[in-house]
Design a protein around this ligand. Structure first.
Ligand code: 5GP
Length: 144
């Protein structure tokens, strides 16, 4: 499955949204869910996903919902900077397998950058320690 195709309701993020799989949640409202990436490219890597959609990527997502999604991305980015004292933030998003997408429910990456620490490659991150993720999520949530 890549840029064109049917939405697969069994994808990981759909399962997280239905509560069938756990996640380390940071923030949730009626439009979006934000949670920690379990294979972080840097300390505090998190994801924002829209609820109530079958858009696999940005191209399929209704333009009139982009404002709410990216308002949440901005809110989370501000909180990440405040909570983790990072030196920069990457906001990124992949569409289709050749572009690097592996989970086919639209999502936006918020990746803190630290001046003296290397960035792990996309899909090169190691599984995170869940206790560390929970601590980061709590700190980010407190800064929202
Ligand atoms: P993509 O490659 O599609 O842009 O991003 C998918 C992201 O989801 C990757 O950064 C990957 O580390 C993350 N990921 C994959 N499986 C899981 C999971 O089960 N839980 C969480 N929280 N993140 C996941």
């Amino acid at each position: 499955m890549s840029l064109a195709g049917e939405y697969d309701g069994a994808n990981i993020f759909a399962k997280i949204l239905r509560g069938e799989m756990p996640c380390v949640k940071i923030y949730e409202d009626e439009h979006v869910l934000a949670f920690m990436d379990i294979f972080p490219q840097s300390q505090g890597h998190c994801l924002v996903i829209p609820k109530d959609t079958t858009a696999r990527n940005l191209i399929e997502f209704p333009a009139n919902r982009l404002g709410l999604l990216f308002a949440a991305v901005q809110k989370l980015s501000k909180a990440v900077v405040k909570a983790l004292n990072c030196d920069g933030v990457i906001v990124t998003q992949f569409n289709g397998a050749p572009a690097g997408q592996t989970v086919f429910h639209l999502h936006v990456h918020v990746i803190p950058r630290y001046a003296n620490l290397p960035l792990q490659p996309h899909h090169g991150g190691k599984p995170a320690d869940m206790a560390v993720l929970r601590d980061q999520a709590a700190r980010i949530a407190a800064a929202l």
